[in-house]
Design a protein around this ligand. Structure first.
Ligand SMILES: CC(=O)N[C@@H](CCC[C@H](N)C(=O)O)C(=O)O
Length: 376
């Protein structure tokens, strides 16, 4: 595929971001493109709003897997691009338009130039939530076509174009969403003594939650408790009967996740008593940590280091979450960052990843997959 074709695909996908398990237009776009490929060796199976694509090898000894996530985020885009999102309130602000385009670029190369091994491309819905990797892993399609190794990339706005970063072992954190619904007794703004104000209770809870990382987690360990949304009340002169906070928890170990949740539960219970209200906690979706298999990752690092067009950066683990962690817990493989240098970061309305990174990633991964297939 040419540079221009890749850019056209990325921009077309960028226009139509959709939230988890609602990726209907995205799936239709991908299927349309896939059907245009030489079909002697290509098998396609839709799974919910995702897709499995198998490219049958000439003399397969193994199956190499490659996963791309396909969902967008509930953010109103502010890039001002001519190809800006057509879906108000939704944006590819985590680079999944890049991820899909790169996967299509690699896949197209091997559909036209088959190699010995079988290849499995996975276009996975709902990475941002509630999680598509785990159910896809359990699907009959995956059981039938299960790869022997698997890889995936994520764009990194912090790194320069032409660079790749990863590390063996732990790369991304364990995650859990967090929702707390508070219910008290609302009433007239002028009679607070007859009510239990859930705006005040929610604000107090958010402040108290900050003490968990500061005072309950070992400073040499790491954790994140972020509240991304707080909502409550109706108008300025009614005391709120209900409030809701929404957040996410990140830890580097399963034990720390357990401890952080215990502290959250204790603080929420304290708010129930202190503010005379009812509280319900829901942990929503939880993601397994991303843990890179050592041998394959070391080999990939060596491969990248030998590539004169790519700079390798050994990175630290990040508090990002990725449900690709479920696939890596079952199939040997690794994940890595792709440098796309953007002034604005992931999950920002002005994220502007540099498109030059797309063709570089396609070329690197075509070479890597060929190298793996040549190992027999
Ligand atoms: C790569 C990335 O940004 N992933 C998301 C995964 C979100 C998981 C879940 N919805 C949560 O918020 O816990 C991330 O925010 O790290």
């Amino acid at each position: 595929m040419t540079y221009e074709q890749l850019i056209d695909i990325r921009r077309a996908l960028h226009r139509i971001p959709e939230l988890g398990f609602q990726e209907y237009k995205t799936q239709a776009f991908l299927l349309d493109y896939l059907k245009s490929l030489p079909n002697e060796r290509v098998e396609i199976k839709s799974w919910k709003t995702g897709i499995f694509v198998k490219i049958n090898g000439i003399n397969p000894a193994k199956t190499i897997g490659y996963r791309a996530d396909i969902d967008g985020l509930p953010i109103t885009e502010e890039t001002g691009f001519e190809f800006q999102s057509e879906h108000i309130g939704q944006m590819h602000a985590c680079g999944h338009d890049f991820h899909m385009t790169i996967a299509l670029g690699i896949l197209t190369h091997f559909a036209r130039n088959p190699i010995d091994d079988d290849l499995l491309f996975i276009f996975q819905p709902a990475e941002e939530g509630p999680g598509g990797a785990e159910p896809m892993l359990q699907s009959t399609e995956m059981k039938q076509w299960k790869p022997d190794m698997i890889t995936a990339l994520h764009i990194s706005p912090d790194l320069p174009v032409g660079s790749i970063a990863t590390k063996p072992g732990l790369l991304f954190a364990n995650t859990s969403e967090l929702y707390v619904d508070l219910k008290g007794k609302g009433g007239h703004a002028a009679y607070p003594h007859t009510t239990q104000d859930m705006v005040v209770a929610a604000c107090s809870l958010v402040t108290q939650l900050q003490s968990i990382v500061a005072r309950n987690v070992d400073p040499l360990d790491s954790a994140v408790v972020t509240i991304g949304k707080i909502a409550g009340g109706t108008v300025q002169n009614i005391i709120a009967e209900r409030a809701r906070i929404e957040g996410t928890i990140r830890t580097l170990s399963v034990e720390s996740m357990k401890k952080v949740k215990e502290r959250i539960e204790a603080l929420v219970h304290g708010v129930e008593i202190g503010y005379n209200c009812e509280a319900v906690i829901d942990y929503g979706a939880m993601y397994h940590q991303v843990f890179n298999e050592e041998q394959l990752t070391d080999e990939f690092i060596e491969f990248v280091n030998d590539d004169p067009h790519t700079k390798f950066i050994l990175c630290k683990e990040a508090m990002t979450g990725e449900d690709f962690g479920y696939m890596l817990a079952d199939i040997p493989g690794f994940m890595f960052w792709l440098g796309v240098e953007s002034e604005y970061g992931l999950h920002h309305a002005k994220l502007q990843p540099n498109e030059e990174a797309i063709i570089k990633a396609v070329s690197l991964m075509c070479n890597y997959i060929t190298f793996k297939a040549n190992q027999g």
